[in-house]
Design a protein around this ligand. Structure first.
Ligand code: NAI
Length: 705
């Protein structure tokens, strides 16, 4: 017999429905448990002795995490999608139609379909715990709420606040949910159920009805002109955020705009139709697959050893530059004392200043309180001697990208640390194995590669060497996750994964410029594809000198195909280093930038390929290198490449990742174009990699179809 997901008990005439999905850590709404709920509600509806219904969850950190994403992923037709949305709506409508008071008790994640279920109740209460997260994040999966969220939330809290929640897929804390009117009461976690039942009794005995939420502004919400202005503003906001690449927020706005204040039945139907239209798009499928892969990477053990977490009393950082300073700020933000060492006093001062700037900005955005800021800044200490790092359980090296300097640092660290300290390097491209080999305990050395800016970029590459112990690998992964990062484990090859793929892309942009394209054209093609910034602007951001250094290391490691475009060298010789020198491919003045005419003088010819070929050259060169990485087992699977490129470089998520995009184009088409570019340019850098050729010949894809 199948175990039930819903349990019902009664207490003084109040029915308590407890949701507990069998054999699962989380509760999600699926066809089966919705049907079960439907039967239960039919039974409840026929009972005249019940005074109220309380809906709660048996899971510790979850109320209901949403509708089952795997079911949405499998939807193959709009008819199927429409049916699913309508089935959910029928059940929620049964809750709404119950004449007795209904109250949802939220403790933990209450998202998407889960929050929509609570919206069908007359009352919502939550615990004041930090684990409460409430919202309608459907647009992040390329769809809109399908169980009535676009209808009930605007009616509950007014269209302005509802738009701010739905269009951005915002997830809010219990306190913010209370402020917005998304829940009616907060109770301490320990007495949540007891107080909720007490509150339900009050509702029953005193016949309480919800007071109508006050609208944010009478003019903006209650008059047609006001609402027109609200919707126009919302549209502008969506376009600014999505650049037109993600249709779901616009669809949600359209549904709310057409239905707010009108008859409920029509609104519900329109919502289902819009949901169905979006659920079958490639964009939604890509975003869902990405979400699932991301969840997997968040918990993927990836190590053979299960070890107790690293207890860190102090984290050491060597090098107080851009990266060292950023890492120290992040570590302190997680409540860990951190000691930075540099050889230059002014670098230490700048690192402290930079950390302060990041905290100040969080303070301004009300994400941090003044006392928290003081406490966190107090966790960062600085010094010029290595000795003070002795007490650290993990030391992260972030000195200049020069093997001789790194070897010296690892040699010094061997003198002051013992077998219990993990020594990590943040190098972008140098051999971690080499650093391990100059250390006294090579098994304690590992790569821990953050991206710039450290507090914003969600990815970390972790690079074990053949000497690294499983324990050190497991503890470093735990450490990186405790800093809130997504981890991919990468083989110790030059450039690891992300820089090995990104460098050919930026280099190709430099070749295109050399041939005669303007920086604006090349960058525009990339941003029109969905990249957050063009490759030449990115080079300016990184620093052309730094990029050239990495390019040289990759050229030495991989040969001619990674040869740096000569334009990069010429540009550097002219002292054009990028944004930091205010002149690179562009000239920077305040927030504005314009193409740098000095660069145009180094172009070889005036012939620029078509926009289509520019895009193909930029993207296919990365795909080609990615197939080499798969073949060399730099990472184990295609999804690691896709996650890494999205989180490490901002590759457009709606395209599903580099290799999902490759599958969309087809290996054969990519190979044909690479061969064409190879013949046109007379260069082996476009020669298709053996694995890509095999896929093309066998008509195969990177992912199973
Ligand atoms: P940076 O040039 O901003 O800072 C390097 C710091 O190291 C300087 O403050 C310098 O005084 C200090 N230093 C030099 N020798 C030292 C020694 N023996 N002991 C202590 N401090 C010493 O460099 P950045 O950009 O922070 O890079 C550091 C490392 O991080 C490099 O390996 C780089 O490849 C890597 N990285 C850089 C990224 C970036 O975007 N800048 C991104 C990811 C990794």
């Amino acid at each position: 017999m199948m175990t039930k997901a819903w349990r019902m008990k009664e207490e003084g005439g109040i029915a308590i429905l407890e949701f507990d999905q069998p054999d699962a850590d989380v509760n999600v709404l699926n066809s089966q448990n919705l049907l079960e709920l439907k039967h239960l509600l039919a039974e409840i509806g026929s009972r005249h002795d019940l005074k109220a219904i309380v809906i709660t969850s048996a899971k510790d950190r979850i109320f209901i995490a949403g509708a089952d994403i795997r079911e949405i992923e499998k939807i193959s037709s709009t008819t199927d999608a429409l049916e699913k949305a309508e089935q959910g709506k029928v059940v929620l409508k049964m809750i709404e139609d119950l004449e007795i008071p209904t109250l949802a008790v939220i403790n933990g994640a209450c998202l998407g379909g889960g929050y929509e279920l609570t919206l069908a109740c007359k009352w919502r209460v939550a615990s004041s715990s930090e684990k409460v997260k409430i919202g309608l994040p459907e647009v992040n999966l390329g769809v809109i709420p399908g169980f009535g969220g676009t209808q009930r939330l605007p009616r509950l809290i007014g269209p302005m606040k509802a738009l701010s929640v739905i269009l951005a897929g915002r997830v809010v804390s219990a306190q913010e949910a209370l402020k917005l009117g998304m829940v009616d009461r907060l109770f301490p976690e320990k007495v949540l159920l007891k107080n909720s039942i007490q509150f339900t009794k009050e509702i029953v005995n005193r016949q309480l009805t919800r007071s109508k939420g006050r609208s944010s502004s009478w003019f903006l919400e209650k008059t047609p002109l006001g609402r027109f202005l609200v919707y126009r503003q919302a549209k502008k906001g969506i376009l600014r955020l999505t650049k037109g690449f993600y249709p779901a927020p616009m669809k949600a706005l359209e549904v709310i705009q057409k239905t707010y204040g009108r008859e409920a039945v029509c609104g519900f139907r329109l919502e289902s139709e819009a949901f169905a239209e979006l659920a079958v798009t490639d964009i939604s499928k890509n975003l869902i697959k990405l979400f699932l892969a991301n969840e997997q990477y968040k918990k993927f053990p990836r190590t053979k050893t299960h070890v107790p977490p690293l207890e860190i009393k102090q984290c050491g950082v060597i090098g107080a530059g851009v990266m060292g300073g950023g890492i120290a700020q992040l570590v302190s933000d997680k409540g860990i004392p951190v000691r930075i060492k540099d050889i230059q006093p002014q670098a230490l001062g700048s690192a402290l200043k930079e950390a302060r700037t990041i905290y100040d900005s969080a303070l301004k955005k009300k994400k941090l309180k003044r006392q928290e800021l003081d406490f966190k800044m107090g966790l960062i200490s600085v010094g010029l001697t290595t000795q003070t790092l002795r007490r650290s359980q993990i030391i992260i090296e972030a000195v200049v990208e020069d093997m001789k300097v790194k070897e010296k640092v690892f040699g010094e660290l061997s003198q002051i640390t013992d077998r219990s300290t993990i020594l990590a390097s943040n190098t972008s491209s140098l051999s971690i194995t080499r650093m391990a080999e100059v250390s006294r305990y090579p098994e304690r050395v590992i790569g821990l590669h953050f991206f710039n800016p450290v507090h914003k970029m969600p990815l970390v590459e972790i690079i074990p060497t053949p000497h690294t112990s499983e324990e050190v690998l497991a503890k470093t992964i735990q450490f990186a996750r405790s800093l809130g990062k997504t981890v991919i484990v990468v083989k110790d090859v030059r450039g690891f994964l992300v820089n090995r793929l990104l460098m050919p892309y930026m280099n190709e942009a430099a070749y295109l410029m050399e041939e005669g394209c303007s920086p604006a054209t090349v960058d525009q093609v990339a941003t029109d594809f969905g990249m957050p910034m063009g490759p030449l602007e990115l080079l300016d951001f990184i620093g052309i000198d730094i990029a050239a250094k990495v390019a040289k290391i990759l050229h030495e490691a991989y040969g001619e195909r990674m040869k740096c475009a000569s334009l990069m060298k010429t540009v550097q010789e002219k002292g054009l280093l990028g944004k930091k020198s205010k002149r690179g491919f562009y000239i920077y003045k305040g927030k504005k930038k314009k193409p740098n005419p000095d660069i145009m003088t180094v172009q070889k010819s005036g012939v620029c390929p078509s926009r289509n070929d520019i895009l193909k050259r930029l993207i296919y060169i990365m795909i080609n290198e990615a197939t080499r990485c798969l073949e060399e087992k730099v990472v184990e699977e295609s999804s690691a490449i896709d996650i890494a490129m999205i989180m490490g470089t901002g590759f457009p998520p709606f395209r599903g990742g580099l290799l999902r995009y490759a599958d969309f184009v087809g290996a054969k088409n990519i190979v044909d174009d690479l061969k064409r570019f190879r013949d046109q340019q007379q260069t082996d850098r476009f020669s298709p990699a053996p694995y890509l050729l095999r896929l093309s010949e066998k008509h195969q894809t990177f992912y199973p179809i």
